[in-house]
Design a protein around this ligand. Structure first.
Ligand SMILES: NC(=O)c1ccc[n+]([C@@H]2O[C@H](COP(=O)([O-])OP(=O)(O)OC[C@H]3O[C@@H](n4cnc5c(N)ncnc54)[C@H](OP(=O)(O)O)[C@@H]3O)[C@@H](O)[C@H]2O)c1
Length: 431
């Protein structure tokens, strides 16, 4: 299907047929008036010239306006089919995609708001207010800058502690950017493309990360650099996909890009039942590493269920009993991070995502890193998810209006808490 319906084709054929009929009618009328006719010999004899002229004038009166109407009609149709060159340039030049279908084969609406509309979003204004500052607000529909995609957000993920990140409060030049929208993981549908954006189409299901210093995913729509997004297969639920981008990429980059974990090595993974840790446990097991997970007592079953061979309750067990490991993957920082350095065997690596380490292993490396977007790796992670090799833990799914309480986490939930912004039909969620 190329975006032009049978209805459009029918209209075009009908218009051309009526134009041809009109021309034929005019020719016939003029021929009748000027050629010898058995019906009007008298009139022709007396007023032949006048009848001919009247016919020509009458034909002109009818043909003129009709021709004008037809011209305007075909012009407007032509314009309709041309891309809209609005403020976002060739945004609408993206090919019209097939209708997006939900798992029940029903079409999903991809655009509910226009550029001048406002949208519902969670915003923060006051850094000191913490989680209680998360407010459901009306915000302007986002602008698609160069290389951006506007995504209709279906599900969003957030990271505990992101209200402390500088990017939540200021842009890349350090300027205050409040009110800002938090949340940096999303799954949704592309509704608009900015100038020069390639690799994605309008109507496409995508998932990925939003930029750290721009408005995020806890909103009905968000503008994202297209390179931060990867295509999402129709059989992956948005609420599952939104749990993968930061956790999946962070776990992969920490274990393999930075710590170079390989088959047969031993890795200690802190926070093994959390968002990043639960993915790290699964990836490390798949590569054939021996996995020791840590966390709170309640996390034991989850960590062992994900594949950890041993579990340590950090409140009760002694970390030193672990013995030497090749890799420590830390998500907690502080005292736990410091005590873990002693466990790294010579040549090993301590990698942490919590804070730059102040101490390092005696004969090993200590690395702090911030996750980077990576479309190819996201695609690979989504494929693992489809084939059941990777199972992100979605501990809870809440509507946008309950974001503040989801951040506050009164009740402990394993894995990620996901904010469902729209249901699979694209309708705003409230439950
Ligand atoms: N540098 C980066 O690129 C990057 C990327 C992603 C995340 N992060 C950061 O990494 C951290 C973890 O992220 P996440 O999404 O995995 O968070 P998460 O889902 O909350 O997971 C952390 C896990 O560690 C447990 N934990 C924390 N402190 C503990 C302690 N003292 N004793 C025992 N268990 C403890 C938590 O349990 P409780 O829930 O009971 O505390 C939770 O199960 C966050 O600070 C986040 O900001 C950094």
């Amino acid at each position: 299907m190329n975006g032009v319906s049978h209805f459009d084709n029918g209209r075009r054929i009908g218009r051309r047929a009526s134009f041809v009929l009109l021309v034929c009618a005019n020719v016939l009328m003029m021929a009748t008036a000027s050629a010898p006719s058995p019906i009007y010999p008298l009139y022709r004899e007396r007023w032949g010239f006048s009848v001919t002229m009247l016919t020509v004038i009458f034909a002109g009166y009818v043909a003129g306006p009709l021709g004008a109407l037809l011209t305007v009609g075909s012009l407007s149709d032509h314009l309709e089919e041309r891309p809209h060159l609005g403020p976002t340039g060739p945004a609408s030049r993206a090919p019209r995609a097939d209708p997006v279908l939900n798992p029940h084969n029903q079409p999903i609406s991809t655009n509910f708001l226009g550029k001048d509309s406002s949208m519902r979003a969670i915003t923060v204004r006051d850094r000191d207010a913490g989680v209680s500052g998360l407010t459901l607000t009306d915000m302007p529909y986002p602008h698609a800058a160069e290389n951006d995609a506007i995504v209709r957000v279906y599900a969003a993920g957030f990271t505990p502690g992101e209200l402390d990140w500088p990017g939540t409060w200021s842009d890349r030049a350090g300027r205050d950017r409040t009110p800002s929208i938090p949340g940096h993981e999303l799954s949704g549908v592309v509704v608009e493309l900015g100038y020069g954006t390639t690799g994605l189409t309008v109507g496409q299901r995508v998932f990925g990360l939003t930029d750290w210093t721009r408005n995020g995913s806890l909103a009905e729509y968000t503008a994202v650099e297209a390179r931060n997004l990867a295509p999402l297969a129709a059989d992956i639920d948005h609420t599952v996909a939104a749990a993968l981008p930061i956790s999946g990429l962070t776990a992969w980059q920490g274990l393999f890009d930075h710590a170079h974990l390989t088959t047969g090595q031993t890795v200690l993974i802190h926070g093994a039942a959390g968002g990043v840790g639960s993915i790290a446990v699964q990836l490390a097991r798949e590569v054939g590493a021996r996995v020791i997970g840590t966390g709170r007592a309640d996390d034991r079953d989850v960590a062992l269920g994900l594949g950890a061979q041993t579990f340590l309750d950090l409140d009760a067990d002694d970390l030193q009993h672990v013995g030497e490991v090749d890799v420590v993957f830390d998500v907690i920082g502080g005292d736990i991070l410091e005590r873990s350095t002693e466990l790294v065997r010579p040549g090993g690596t301590l990698v942490t995502i919590a804070m730059p380490p102040t101490v390092r292993p005696k004969d090993g490396r200590a690395i702090f890193f911030v996750v980077e977007p990576d479309r190819a790796r996201l695609t690979d992670l989504a494929q693992r998810l489809r084939t059941g090799r990777l199972n992100p833990i979605v501990g809870a799914v809440r509507p946008l209006s309950e974001t503040a309480s989801a951040f506050a986490r009164h009740r402990r939930t394993p894995g990620k808490t996901i904010i469902q912004v729209a249901d699979e039909q694209g309708m705003p969620t409230s439950f």
